[in-house]
Design a protein around this ligand. Structure first.
Ligand SMILES: NC(=O)c1ccc[n+]([C@@H]2O[C@H](COP(=O)([O-])OP(=O)(O)OC[C@H]3O[C@@H](n4cnc5c(N)ncnc54)[C@H](O)[C@@H]3O)[C@@H](O)[C@H]2O)c1
Length: 252
């Protein structure tokens, strides 16, 4: 896909990787619909994108709400008259062990934290992918769906909820590629390793040290290094059903 002038949705665009995807797409002259739970941050990112040479509109949207996701994609098509790609990026972390012994008691991982991550990182991607595809099919347009998974999809210590959600995202990427090829819609995912965004930098220093020491390249990825992978997948018209791991060599 030649991304210039294409209408691209980015979810979770208010900070971190979503902000970087938005800025890098903007500098290639795309038209961006930027969604986030936090309207204030996504408004700032939209202004940065306009400065970088793109067209951008901010939207407040919760990816866990079916009503909001359906309404958002409808609104994007009304506002831009088109939809060419959706980068399904919004995600959260709520880590913890499945069970742990504390003061002679067995403490179990709370269902609430399980559900929060499944709702955002798995159901959110399902809803956004579904609505992106439905609108592309209605518009009779080819398109691209990029899902943001994580190398944690292989099964990461302390991340039952996150790893399960990211594995679900990887699996949906492969099966959507098969289902949607008939409509000329490509689907691919990027599975980043540890990346220097607010999500990771807010972790405790000893946790961060442990993470970097497990990466062969001995550092976190820069958001731009993940973003270049997303742009590669958007642009290459023969890639579909692929999970691109960008991890500095880290293996889980
Ligand atoms: N940073 C990493 O090391 C890393 C590694 C692998 C995968 N990822 C994935 O990349 C994506 C982005 O991560 P990040 O590091 O930029 O995180 P981040 O916390 O810095 O940013 C996430 C953004 O998503 C938004 N968001 C959260 N819940 C939302 C919801 N329900 N609806 C709409 N927006 C919502 C937040 O407001 C925030 O702006 C996530 O899916 C994450 O799992 C990150």
């Amino acid at each position: 896909m030649d991304v210039k002038d294409k209408v691209i949705v980015v979810t979770g665009a208010g900070q971190g990787l979503g902000r970087q995807f938005a800025l890098d797409c903007a500098s290639e002259g795309t038209r961006l619909a930027l969604a986030d739970l936090n309207l204030e941050t996504v408004e700032k990112v939209a202004a940065e994108c306009i400065k970088a040479g793109g067209e951008a509109r901010p939207y407040q949207m919760d990816v866990t709400s079916e009503e909001e996701v359906v309404g958002f994609y409808d609104q994007v098509v009304k506002d831009f008259g088109s939809l060419d790609a959706s980068i399904n990026n919004a995600g959260i972390l709520r880590d913890g062990l499945l069970v742990k012994e504390k003061d002679g008691e067995v403490v179990t991982f709370p269902l609430k934290k399980w559900q929060a991550v499944i709702d955002t990182n798995l159901t959110g991607v399902f809803l956004c992918g579904r609505e992106a595809a439905a609108n592309m099919v209605k518009l009779k347009k080819s398109g691209v769906i990029i899902n943001i998974s994580s190398i944690a999809y292989h099964g990461n210590f302390g991340q039952s909820n996150y790893s399960a959600a990211k594995a679900g995202v990887a699996s949906m990427t492969v099966l959507w590629a098969k289902e949607l090829a008939q409509y000329d819609i490509r689907v691919a995912a990027v599975a980043p390793g540890f990346t220097a965004t607010e999500m990771v930098m807010s972790l405790r220093d000893e946790v961060k040290k442990k993470f970097t020491s497990s990466v062969p390249l001995r550092r976190f990825a820069e958001p731009s290094e993940i973003s270049s992978g997303v742009l590669f997948l958007l642009k290459n018209d023969y890639i579909t059903g692929e999970i691109l791991e960008i991890s500095g060599g880290a293996r889980i």
